[in-house]
Design a protein. Structure first.
Length: 482
């Protein structure tokens, strides 16, 4: 459900001047009526009698920069001195209006309409705690390069506010988007937690299919997004139980580094993926990006692009041709992935793969969460697994809880950075592979599980396939190379 105009302006007659007020009161009395399931919506008038004749609540001394022009606080909305139930003035509770409407909508949809299934709500009007009930979009932006950039700090701010499901209108809402702008925005927007291309009516359509180049790029990056859905879903679970974030400013992962604190043109997806979007026009193909300490693997090629030993990190020029946005996997992380389908449902029902990027010590860790994707009360019907490497050459899956099994299997594991075991010398041969303590026959490269492997000497990675591992069962995989 799209709770667009859930601001007081939606319920005014005319332009929300004091004489025009006719308003539904969504404060305590109204909420009690809804919670008691009495759905008779009777309009209640709210008085606009000022409680303070000597002060102007619409123009307080330290008012916000409303509309970018320091407009009066009652512009297109209820007067700040309007009185709610129990004598509360709107100035004190204005920002709670959308939040309370969202709470009520969530409750009714979950209990009465969806019958125990999760509501999907997107709202513009939010307050502290709204992330418990709904996602958010950042409002009516503009189709220009500055708004492409501003979408990043805007979304990151809401991550810190505890509202993780956030996105900006891709390609811009107001104004007319260009082909290049929309192409770059589709690349970036594919990593927003909430992804939506949306614009104002009566402007030229900006769906990706309007430009062949944008359509091609969109297919590529939506495919990447779909392949990362298991990672996103795990991040959302961890955000719901631990208060963590989906998209992260670099300073969350690197809090002691000044360049990370100053960076607002890059971001992390979880702790394991660095996104460096191109935010400049005129077919720019080189961008200067901050690379924190550690090993960073190219998402597309799996090469170890950067081995940053400087404890302060470094700046590097990255290639960003029109059809590509730089993405790097952080050494030390294991990323659960799926085989992307045409829809999120198809992608969710595909088998799982695991991309393991070793750090300088040969270690990596990650997690994976799965439930039925729709129940409000999951109870024990979920699976949560921790992946972790040991002794530089063993990957172990520890199932914390294995109460859900939808028949999907883990069928592929890719290990990056195996050369780290030999002081970065190229690996020549896989001497031995063991799965759950059983050695795989080196001649047939198979066991009863039909496991196969392939060593890429140039990149320094091993790809294991044919695993057929149930997602709610623990396992271990060991490899020896020389």
């Amino acid at each position: 459900l799209w709770l667009d105009m859930n601001e007081p302006a939606s319920w005014c007659n005319g332009e929300c001047k004091r004489r025009d007020m006719e308003f539904l009161d969504e404060t305590e009395d109204f909420a009690k009526k809804i919670h008691s399931h009495d759905y008779r919506f009777e309009s209640q008038e709210i008085n606009s009698t000022s409680l303070c004749e000597s002060c102007d609540l619409n123009n307080p001394p330290y008012k916000i920069n409303n509309g970018g022009k320091r407009l009066s606080l009652d512009t297109l909305t209820l007067s700040m001195d309007a009185v709610h139930s129990k004598g509360m003035v709107d100035y004190d509770v204005h920002n709670l209006f959308g939040h309370m409407e969202t709470m009520i909508t969530y409750k009714i949809m979950g209990e009465k309409i969806n019958k125990g299934k999760r509501p999907f709500l997107i709202t513009r009007s939010t307050f502290s705690g709204t992330g418990r009930y709904a996602g958010h979009w950042t409002g009516d932006n503009w189709a220009d390069w500055s708004n492409l950039y501003l979408s990043i700090p805007g979304i990151l701010n809401f991550q810190l506010f505890g509202i993780p499901l956030v996105g900006a209108d891709i390609c811009g809402f107001n104004g007319q988007s260009s082909e290049e702008l929309c192409l770059r925005w589709m690349q970036l927007g594919s990593f927003y937690p909430f992804m939506r291309n949306h614009n104002v009516k009566d402007e030229r359509s900006q769906e990706p299919y309007n430009w062949p180049s944008v359509a091609e790029t969109s297919r590529k990056y939506i495919g990447i997004r779909y392949s990362l859905l298991p990672y996103y879903y795990t991040l959302f679970y961890e955000a719901s139980v631990n208060g963590t974030t989906i998209l992260r400013p670099l300073f969350i992962e690197f809090p002691h580094l000044k360049p990370a604190l100053e960076s607002d043109r890059q971001f992390m997806l979880g702790g394991g993926i660095l996104i460096s979007p191109m935010l400049l026009p005129q077919h720019s193909v080189i961008l200067s990006a901050y690379i924190p300490p550690g090993i960073w693997y190219d998402f597309y090629t799996h090469f170890a692009s950067f081995k940053v030993k400087d404890p302060k990190g470094v700046y590097r020029d990255l290639n960003a041709p029109l059809n590509e946005m730089p993405i790097h996997i952080r050494g030390g992380y294991a990323i659960p992935m799926s085989h992307p389908g045409m829809t999120t449902t198809e992608s969710r029902n595909s088998n799982l793969s695991l991309l393991v990027a070793l750090n300088e010590e040969g270690n990596a860790k990650g997690s994976f969460y799965l439930d039925d994707g729709e129940s409000l009360n999951v109870k024990n019907n979920y699976t949560y697994t921790i992946f972790k490497t040991h002794d530089r050459n063993q990957l172990v899956a520890n199932v914390i809880w294995g109460g859900y099994d939808n028949g999907i299997i883990l069928d592929k594991i890719v290990i990056l950075g195996i050369n780290l075991q030999n002081s970065m010398k190229p690996a020549e041969k896989v001497e031995k592979v063991m799965f759950n303590g059983l050695e795989i026959n080196p001649e047939s490269n198979s066991t009863d599980e039909n496991i196969t492997w392939k060593l890429d000497k140039q990149i320094g990675k091993i790809t294991f396939e044919g695993l057929e591992i149930k997602l709610n069962v623990g396992w271990n995989l060991t490899w020896v190379i020389y």
